[in-house]
Design a protein around this ligand. Structure first.
Ligand SMILES: [Zn+2]
Ligand SMILES: [Zn+2]
Length: 315
């Protein structure tokens, strides 16, 4: 079968690979549509997360169960079920966490073997919506980690996580949401998604700031733009570093907290929200264009109007 494989040395290749052999409790899924994520680009650039080449990428995908024909969305986070985090219902923090499309063969392929417990019925979703379950669940989890805000809230970055964050906040009726991004086109999508204010840079003071960019500068902005007692939720993983002055953190009792992934329940909850998601910011291309497209993204030559790129597979 065809697959888009991270082969090491900062390269991906469209290769012919043997189809997966499903283990016990695993179901073969024929992939319908799969999204390219910033995580994939970081992985190929040998940043975070680390992966052992060769591995087929793709953790945001929808497909058909080969045994029943049902459309399903794959929760790519695999947990051991037995460690302390798993026993405390925080499977996303499992000590042996593995991710389909990072540590195990993923969805940029004709088919994937997936543990049955990681399949969620796709219900009444379009393919584009279904393949966005992972960023929406990531946003839902970040929202749940933040204390309920009574004042203004800001989202730094209007990429796929930023727009997912906005979608979740608006679903829960959060007022006064500001979204910042350097790209006017991305801010246009934020306005369409219900942002109360958009700006190229953050200004003012907020109860909660969600950093979906993850650069040293946006993490610092997030920490310094919350009021005393406020919370900055760090979601973006772009940079390895954090540089925040200690004075305002300590003297203002400001909270910085990381947010990663989602629990299995949050993933299901995110799937239930998908039918209401506007996907005008998704651009879909045929799988045969995958290698060239991915290489263009790695070199920073992405089509600017489209925030999320998804690949339509053979089926
Ligand atoms: Zn992702
Ligand atoms: Zn575990």
């Amino acid at each position: 079968m065809k697959a888009l494989v991270y082969v090491g040395d900062a390269k991906v290749r469209h290769l012919e690979v043997p189809p997966p052999q499903p283990g016990t409790d695993e179901i073969m899924v024929t992939v319908l549509q799969a999204g390219i994520c910033g995580t994939d680009l970081c992985l190929v650039r040998d940043e975070r997360p680390k992966a052992d080449a060769p591995v087929t990428l793709g953790h945001e995908f929808v497909g058909l169960r080969q045994d029943t024909g049902e459309r399903v969305i794959v929760n790519p986070l695999l947990a051991c079920g037995g460690c302390r985090a798993c026993r405390e219902q925080r499977a996303h923090l499992c000590e042996q966490r593995r991710v389909i499309g990072v540590h195990l063969a993923g969805g940029f392929a004709d088919c994937v073997a997936v543990p049955e417990g990681n399949l969620v019925p796709a219900g009444n979703t379009t393919a584009a919506q279904a393949a966005l379950a992972d960023p929406i669940a990531t946003a839902l989890h970040a929202f749940r980690l933040a204390p309920a805000a009574v004042g203004p809230v800001a989202i730094l970055g209007a990429g796929s996580i930023g727009l997912s964050m906005l979608f979740v906040l608006k679903r829960f009726g959060v007022p006064h949401v500001t979204v910042t991004d350097l790209s006017p086109e991305r801010l246009g999508f934020a306005e369409r998604g219900g942002a109360d204010l958009t700006a190229p840079a953050i200004d003012g003071v907020y109860d909660v700031v969600f950093d979906t960019v993850g650069s040293v500068a946006t993490r610092r902005d997030a920490a310094l733009r919350i009021r005393a007692g406020g919370t900055a939720v760090l979601v973006g993983l772009h940079s390895a570093d954090l540089a925040v002055p200690a004075g305002p953190l300590i003297g203002g009792e400001r909270t910085l907290r990381g947010s990663f992934g989602y629990t299995p329940d949050e993933f299901r909850e995110a799937v239930a929200m998908l039918p209401d998601l506007d996907t005008s910011w998704v651009h879909t291309v045929p799988f045969v264009e995958a290698e060239g497209l991915f290489t263009a993204l790695l070199e920073g030559r992405s089509p600017p109007r489209h925030i999320k790129l998804q690949m339509r597979m053979s089926a």
